[in-house]
Every structure is written in structure tokens, then in C-alpha cells.
Design a protein. Structure first.
Lengths: 208, 247
């Protein structure tokens, strides 16, 4: 028994000795994804560690609650994610979008990790990549692969309606440049979540 | 997930107050008042309400396209100038009686059936009816087979053929899925009326009334009680949520 304890102790000591080395090696040798800091606020809707592990599950649950039950609380909505994690500092905001090869360098919050982990994000094939409450023309560099899709259509052997393709390309291009009307509603009615969001900002440190 | 201290949606009241000031027409004031008994943002929809539309084709002008334009702007539906395949959530239909030459106009969109054939045929369960009667597509599980487009007697659904960009945050849509009128579910959920109805009021027509079919005191129920109305293809017994007058 004492012998076993001795072995365990030795093992623990060895591990303790090795761990810092492993950590430093991790820092220096292993490429890590760039995680851009949030634009607004200093705290996520849940603990960062929790979000890092379970954000997919949270989004899926909220997605179903919204779609089937009409529950539109802003806290766990994808739109709310974009409010803070869409990065206005990247070049894609002030300049026309760069080719996709350069875009990979942009501080895209979702894409960087997902590319690193080799997990596709399908969200932005359908969902807006711009938050609803932001100045017109703003767009952050999450992209849905539309340019690649257009490119593959152009290069395909199948006959394509060239005129239509150009119209689609123009539309995508103008959309990427943010040349559209303001995203906010023009009907004079306030967005239902704007007041909630203010409320949420003031509460976010106290509600857990 | 932790239970969240979400606030009651106060914007609805602000919307009602704003609309009462802005909406000078007779139509919007009662139309909005009946919406005041909405639900908070964190409560699930129930079958206590059933949303519906009453469209009066006598008041609908053939030349007016306000509802269609408003729908496209609200939901971010682009126009590629190819009507055969462009997405179309609402369209204006002009009808002429060949014998008399009498013609009239009406908007047609998803009729939000009580027994939606689209949901019956959907192989994945993507087409569904919400508890409050709004028929939607869950695009996360839609495989784009277009059975629902075949099944719909109203030609209400569209398939998205082109890559989509710059969607509205409240109206996600993408290539390879089927979509249709959502009765502006994002607006209804916050206590507002659909964009087409609002545009119709704004265009001084007032041909569309939105409201709760289950509430006997709602404007739409009172109108339905007072005046004769019909459903398109009533013979199919789908019990549509969209009713028409003057057709």
C-alpha cells in the first residue's frame, strides 16, 4: 500500500514537472486559432468556458424554442451573438471585401475556431451575418461561401444562364459591400428586442 | 440552461401608443387595439389564438402593389427579374370573368391552413403549423425536395434557387430550401401586424385586416360575422386562415 502510494506520488511529481513544459510547448509550437475579443461588453451571456463548450447546443435549443414556440428572448439568439462578436475593426468593414484567400486572415469570430477544428458552420448560409442593430453598411467578415459558390458555378461545365449569373453576382457583390437600406425597421415601431437588450446590458452582471 | 430573468416585452405597448398617434385611418386603430392582448417574449405560443387575414377585394386596386413591395422589403427577398423562379411570398392576382368582363384583384399568399397539405406531405417534418396557426418551414431540416410546393393548392411556396446574401436577421433564407409567407411571424411575435397589412393601410386601401380568428371580439371576427366571406378552394376543407370578400 505504501509502495503504491509512493508510486502514485512519484507519478504526480513527474506530471507536475512535465506539465509546465507541455504548456509552454503548447504556446510556442502549436498553432492556435485567433479569437478576436468581443466588440462590446466584457462578459458573454454565459461563462466563457461554458459558451466555448456548449454554444452550439445553446443555439440549437434557442433555435427550436424560437421557431416552434415563438419565444424571442434576445439573450441566446444568434442575432445577439453578432451584436458583440461581429468585428468592425477588420478590413472588410471599411474596404470592399478581399478575395477569400485573404479573408481567412480576418478576425472572424466563428470561422477561426471552426476552421481550426475542422467543423463547418452552416448557420450563415441562411442567417444574416450582420446584427440587426448597427449602422448601415456595416458587415463583419463571417461569410457564407457565396463567392466560392459563384466561382464554382462559373467554372462548371453545365450550361448556365450567363445573364442571370451576372445579376446574381451583382446582387451578392452589392450585398457584400453593404449597399443596401438600413437594417433597422423603417416602420417607426421600435425593434421588440432593443429595450430588452438595454435591460440585459444593465443586468448582465447580476443575473446569475 | 438557467432560467433567465427576461423582462416583459414592453415595446408592444409603446407600439400601440405610437400607432394610435400615427394611424389616422379607422382601420388601424381597432386592428392594433385587438393586438394589445399579446404575450410576453418568453412565453410560448398557444392555440388560444389563431391568426388570420381578411382580404376585401372590393377595396383592392388592380394597380396597387404595396403589399408585395412591403413584403419583399420586410423579408429581404431580391428580385432577379425572373418571375418563374424568383421567390414570391405574396403576389397580386387579377381575375376577369370572361362572360361579363368584370375583373377584380386580390393578393394571394400562404393561406395558413388549419390542415396544411404541405405539412402532410413533407418527408422530413420541416413544414409545420405553429400552435397559433401560422404555417412555417423549418429550414434547418428542409431538404429542398419541393413536395410541399406540389401539394399546396395555392402555389404559395417558393424554392430558393440562387445563393442568398444580406438576409434580414429576422428572416433567414438560403439556397436549396423552400419558403413561403410567414405571416411576418417576427412582427406578430412582438405584437405588430404583418408588413403587407401595414402597407395596405399606408396605401389608404385598408383592404386587409389581420387578427385573431378565435377571439369573437376581434375586428376580423366581427367583420367575418357581419359580411359574407369565402376561402379560396373552400371545397378542399383546409380551413384557411386567410379569408376573402368580394371574390
Amino acid at each position: 500500500m505504501t509502495r503504491l502510494r509512493g508510486i502514485t506520488g512519484a507519478l504526480a511529481a513527474a506530471l507536475l514537472a512535465v506539465l509546465p513544459v507541455a504548456a509552454s510547448a503548447n504556446d510556442s509550437r502549436t498553432p492556435m486559432p485567433v479569437i478576436p475579443p468581443a466588440v462590446q461588453g466584457d462578459q458573454c451571456v454565459e461563462e466563457t468556458d461554458y459558451m466555448r463548450r456548449y454554444h452550439g447546443r445553446i443555439l440549437n435549443v434557442h433555435r427550436d424554442r424560437t421557431m416552434y414556440d415563438g419565444i424571442r428572448t434576445p439573450r441566446h439568439s444568434l442575432d445577439n451573438c453578432l451584436q458583440c462578436h461581429a468585428d468592425p475593426q477588420s478590413a472588410a468593414v471599411s474596404t470592399p471585401p478581399s478575395p477569400s484567400s485573404q479573408r481567412q486572415q480576418d478576425p472572424a469570430f466563428c470561422l477561426n475556431c471552426h476552421t481550426y477544428a475542422g467543423i463547418t458552420t452552416d448557420c450563415f448560409q441562411c442567417h444574416a451575418t450582420r446584427p440587426s442593430r448597427i449602422e448601415p453598411g456595416y458587415r463583419h467578415p463571417l461569410h457564407s461561401g457565396m463567392e466560392e459558390m459563384l466561382q464554382s458555378i462559373r467554372q462548371s461545365e453545365e450550361p448556365v444562364d450567363a445573364e442571370l449569373l451576372e445579376r446574381v453576382a451583382d446582387y451578392v457583390q452589392s450585398a457584400l459591400n453593404g449597399a443596401d437600406e438600413p437594417v433597422d425597421d423603417e416602420d417607426g415601431a421600435p425593434e421588440s428586442h432593443s429595450a430588452d437588450a438595454v435591460e440585459y446590458d444593465s443586468n448582465q452582471n447580476s443575473d446569475r | 440552461m438557467s432560467k433567465l430573468p427576461e423582462k416583459t416585452d414592453t415595446d408592444r405597448r409603446r407600439f400601440v401608443a405610437g400607432a394610435a398617434v400615427v394611424g389616422g385611418t379607422v382601420a388601424i386603430a381597432p386592428g392594433v387595439t385587438l393586438m394589445a392582448a399579446g404575450r410576453p417574449a418568453d412565453e410560448a405560443v398557444t392555440d388560444k389564438v389563431r391568426w388570420g387575414l381578411l382580404i376585401d377585394s372590393n377595396k383592392c386596386d388592380q394597380g396597387c402593389n404595396a403589399c408585395v413591395t412591403a413584403c419583399k422589403a420586410e423579408n429581404g427577398i431580391p428580385d432577379f427579374g425572373r418571375p418563374a423562379t424568383d421567390a414570391q411570398w405574396i403576389r397580386k392576382v387579377d381575375v376577369t370573368d370572361p362572360q361579363t368582363g368584370n375583373s377584380f384583384s386580390l393578393p394571394v399568399m400562404c393561406q395558413h391552413c388549419e390542415h396544411p397539405p404541405c405539412a402532410d406531405v413533407c418527408p422530413t417534418g420541416a413544414s409545420f403549423k405553429r400552435a397559433d396557426g401560422i404555417v412555417l418551414v423549418d429550414k434547418h431540416i428542409c431538404i429542398g425536395c419541393r413536395y410541399c410546393m406540389m401539394a399546396c393548392p395555392y402555389k404559395a411556396r417558393s424554392f430558393v434557387h440562387e445563393p442568398v446574401a444580406n438576409q434580414k436577421p429576422h428572416a433567414p433564407r438560403g439556397m436549396g430550401t423552400v419558403e413561403s409567407c410567414t405571416l411576418c411571424v417576427h412582427r406578430v411575435d412582438r405584437g405588430a401586424i404583418p408588413a403587407c397589412v401595414e402597407a395596405c393601410v399606408g396605401a389608404q386601401r385598408g383592404a386587409m385586416v389581420f387578427g385573431d380568428l378565435n377571439d369573437p371580439n376581434s375586428l376580423i371576427s366581427r367583420r367575418l360575422r357581419e359580411y359574407p366571406s369565402t376561402q379560396i378552394r373552400a371545397d378542399l376543407r383546409l380551413n384557411t386562415g386567410v379569408r376573402y370578400r368580394g371574390i
